[in-house]
Ligand binder design. Structure first.
Ligand code: TYC
Length: 103
């Protein structure tokens, strides 16, 4: 490849990186009638690094409104957090559901 073509390609790559931030995803927790409140609070503290107070607020919001946002992350981080929540819930045989949605 000619040097000027390669430089042109590099410039385009750099511009792409600089101009386009990655899409962000909200991680959304869903309410159900069975998962214990205390369990949800511990999950929020563990997976989303929330204080006990913040985790309690978010849990109650989900309990009352049906769903709530746990945080906003790049796609891979959001997907990893959804996986962690679903795996912990499954290990404890709770039906807790979690999903992600582009902002
Ligand atoms: N609704 C559940 C209960 O009454 C508590 C709960 C809160 C479950 C949030 C899931 O994402 C959830 N035990």
């Amino acid at each position: 490849m000619a040097i000027h073509q390669q430089q042109e390609g590099n410039v385009l790559e750099v511009e792409k990186t600089r101009l386009k931030p990655p899409p962000l995803y909200k991680v959304i927790l869903l309410n159900d009638d069975y998962t214990p409140m205390d369990f949800v609070v511990v999950v929020l503290q563990t997976v989303f690094a929330m204080s006990r107070e913040k985790a309690t607020q978010v849990m109650l919001q989900v309990h009352r409104e049906g769903m709530g946002v746990c945080g906003t992350y790049t796609r891979e981080v959001a997907a990893a957090k959804v996986d962690q929540v679903l795996n912990i819930a499954r290990r404890h045989q709770h039906p807790l559901q979690c999903t992600m949605e582009e902002t």
